[in-house]
Design a protein around this ligand. Structure first.
Ligand SMILES: Nc1ncnc2c1ncn2[C@@H]1O[C@H](COP(=O)(O)OP(=O)(O)OP(=O)(O)O)[C@@H](O)[C@H]1O
Length: 240
């Protein structure tokens, strides 16, 4: 689906404060994969997600989707097939609106124009199936939910528009350990049961070792490890 060929991103190119954030990254994100990205601060993890979102343009190399070059594609054109959830539980939701209103807004993303009754039906069945207990609280203001519930709602909102790709940038980092664990279980279910391809950045090595079928380690903008996981032994076998 997504492919990078010799992708290099240099911020402030030609200036004194020039910084190479990604250097000759080659990888393919396959349909349905759950990829975990790890690496120290400044390794280039968020930059990689920003390239996928079209927010940062490659300086060299290619960013492709389904074989088509996306190097200069505008973010709003890419947004229709990408969902995202970030670290702060308040950025993925509209806290002043009810859960129902949040879901309606989310369902319109990607140009979908569903009727209110249809949105409600689909969202309720999605929420009920995920077992979060939010389906009975549709009139509750999203801002009144706990951090873990807000992130869970943000994830449901992100998949309601049926994105092909879900980008998660440290989406459990602001949560307590119990909520973080629940959100990780939800993440796995979304990948497996709703067949959404997931790219997740985490600094939590426990989660990095337990979740995702592929582990990508970035160091200084380069791919230091790219391996597929044996789901039984959790061992990661090198792809490159
Ligand atoms: N807009 C920018 N302008 C200049 N340099 C930037 C910009 N954004 C990121 N950088 C630099 O690029 C490098 C990679 O940053 P990036 O945010 O991608 O790393 P990261 O792996 O996500 O780090 P962290 O784990 O701390 O979030 C860092 O050295 C950072 O300072």
């Amino acid at each position: 689906m997504v492919e990078f060929k010799n992708l290099t991103v240099t911020y402030n190119q030609g200036l004194e404060n020039q910084k190479v954030a990604l250097e000759e990254v080659n990888m393919k994100i396959l349909e349905g994969q759950f990829i975990t990205i790890v690496g120290p601060n400044g390794a280039g993890k968020s930059t990689l997600l920003k390239v996928i979102l079209g927010e940062v343009k490659p300086t060299e190399g290619l960013y492709m989707i389904d074989g088509k070059v996306m190097n200069n594609m505008k973010p709003h054109k890419l947004a229709c097939f990408i969902g995202r959830v970030y670290q702060d539980p308040n950025t993925g939701i509209f806290p002043a609106l009810t859960i129902a209103e949040n879901l309606i807004i989310a369902s319109k993303k990607g140009g979908r124009s569903m009727k209110f009754s249809k949105v409600k039906e689909e969202a309720i069945s999605l929420l009920a199936n995920l077992g979060l207990g939010l389906e009975t609280r549709l009139k509750t203001k999203a801002g009144e939910l706990s951090g873990g519930q807000k992130q869970s709602l943000a994830m449901v909102m992100a998949i309601l528009s049926r994105p092909r790709l879900l980008l998660l940038d440290e989406h459990t980092a602001a949560l307590d350990p119990v909520s973080a664990q629940k959100v990780m279980e939800l993440t796995q279910r979304i990948n497996r049961e709703y067949d959404v391809t997931i790219v997740m950045i985490t600094h939590n090595m426990e989660f990095a070792n337990a979740y995702g079928e592929r582990l990508l380690r970035l160091i200084d903008g380069r791919v230091a490890q790219d391996g597929v996981r044996d789901l039984k032994t959790k061992a990661v076998a090198a792809l490159c």
